[in-house]
Write a protein that binds this ligand. Sequence first.
Ligand code: GAR
Length: 192
Amino acid sequence: MIRIAILASGGGSNAEAIIGYFKSHNSIEVAMVLSNRKNAYVLERAKNHKIDHDSFTREDLNDETKLLKLLKEKEIDYIILAGFLMLIPSILTQAYMNRILNIHPALLPKYGGKGMYGHHVHEAVKINGEKISGMTIHLVNEQYDKGRILFQAEVEILVNDSAEDIAAKVLKLEHKHYPQIIESYISERESR
Ligand code: GAR
């Protein structure tokens, strides 16, 4: 089995979609859920699914004897960021080169970078009067939202849509596509 770890900072609706999708998968399993917030609801979700879960600190993330060691001990093959808001340090991007995926709630390269996450993204999209937004799934490098893009999907924005309406439309797309893109990316990479 290919073992994936989900890293998330918040509610974890994407994590839930991913866990559900891989529940009875024949080659990929969600082996761990990790959060930088010990009260994040995503950990509750992992517990409900009886999936190994834990929290870590900013120091743990940057310390190769902590988070990286844990990932190695748990034999994690791929890291999936699902609403994870901290920058991934180079000790992790190097150890997991082309094996860390992220989802971003906009059409990168627009509305990416430091500080551009969650509702901040949708508010900026609304203020700028965009007619289209969407989501991007990409590989992770040491810079926020800069790794190679794997997949994008668009949503239409109506004039009366609020930032919350845009967020809801984008989130729906994320749940639909992220599990499948994870599956196709990993399967293709592993079959080489
Ligand atoms: C998602 O919309 C995800 O794209 C976004 O956070 C939300 C998490 O929702 N990620 C970022 O903004 C990363 N820059 P969830 O916790 O319900 O999955």
